[in-house]
Design a protein around this ligand. Structure first.
Ligand code: BT5
Length: 255
């Protein structure tokens, strides 16, 4: 099924995810894309903030009504992450990688964050809001100090000016292609692509939840429910939630 996109463009908005939710109340549905030049209250996961300076990134949310079961919805963040990584690769030639659960990295630094929200209402199809923030034209000094160590942008990585529209178009096209792949071939097909693009597969990782290290081990892949499979000294573990850091050359863990 090909998604027919309708773009809603804003100069300033609180959060494209919040606006997408408001648009759903007004009857907007599958394929609606909310794009903003800047967000005043960009949201990360778990109440964290997303830095969305004016004109420097690709800040957008896509409303989707995938023809899959409610259980499969949790697998959708991988459809989106793969689509972003492939869209970035296509338009910039940069090697971008996915990191569990929902980041896209270049050279170990976060270039994109993804926030997936589910909207379930009586007598309505289940909708997904896929919020995507891609850093495009920032230089290091443009990021707040606490983000500088872990963030990068497409301009910093290519040394060139970035055509944000071209990147947006490529990611939307990849969301369409990977949604079709998910519907027709199931999660196994997405899992294969995700695993090939994952920067954690086969690597030593640390899993942190609410500031506490919950375990260290080797990331070996994705389970059917989207949890991360980690081999530890005590056997296999499935991680449903948390943040993952990669073991760095100095023995510590990357931010
Ligand atoms: C995410 O959260 O990575 C999901 C971010 C989703 C943002 C998009 S933008 C369009 C749409 N509308 C929204 O309101 N949100 C979505 P999380 O894994 O919790 O990462 C957040 C953390 O990343 C913060 O606590 C910072 O440490 C760091 N961070 C904040 N802004 C960043 C940026 N621009 N680039 C890289 N890292 C950033």
């Amino acid at each position: 099924m090909t998604i027919s996109y309708t773009i809603q463009q804003y100069d300033t908005i609180d959060s494209t995810n919040l606006e997408a939710r408001r648009l759903i109340q007004q009857g907007f549905g599958h394929g609606t894309v909310v794009v903003a030049e800047t967000q005043t209250a960009g949201k990360g996961r778990l109440g964290r903030a997303w830095e969305s300076a004016k004109g420097s990134g690709i800040w957008f949310s896509v409303i989707l009504e995938p023809a899959i079961s409610l259980q499969q919805m949790s697998q959708y963040s991988f459809v989106i992450a793969v689509a972003v990584a492939e869209g970035i690769r296509q338009t910039t030639g940069l090697e971008s990688w996915v990191k569990w659960p929902n980041d896209v990295l270049i050279r170990g630094k976060k270039v994109c964050g993804i926030l997936l929200e589910l909207v379930t209402e009586r007598n309505q199809p289940v909708r997904l809001i896929a919020g995507i923030g891609i850093n495009a034209s920032q230089q290091m000094a443009d990021f707040p100090e606490d983000v500088q160590a872990k963030a990068t942008s497409l301009a910093m990585e290519t040394g060139c000016e970035i055509n944000r529209q071209a990147v947006l178009d490529a990611v939307l096209q990849q969301i369409d292609a990977n949604s079709t792949r998910m519907e027709q071939e199931g999660f196994a097909a997405i899992r294969d692509v995700w695993t090939a693009l994952s920067c954690v597969t086969g690597k030593e990782v640390q899993v942190v939840r609410q500031g506490e290290t919950v375990l260290c081990g080797i990331a070996v892949g994705l389970a059917e429910d989207g949890s991360l499979l980690v081999e530890t000294a005590n056997g296999g573990e499935q991680i449903m939630a948390g943040d993952v850091s990669l073991r760095a050359a100095d023995g510590g863990y990357a931010p």
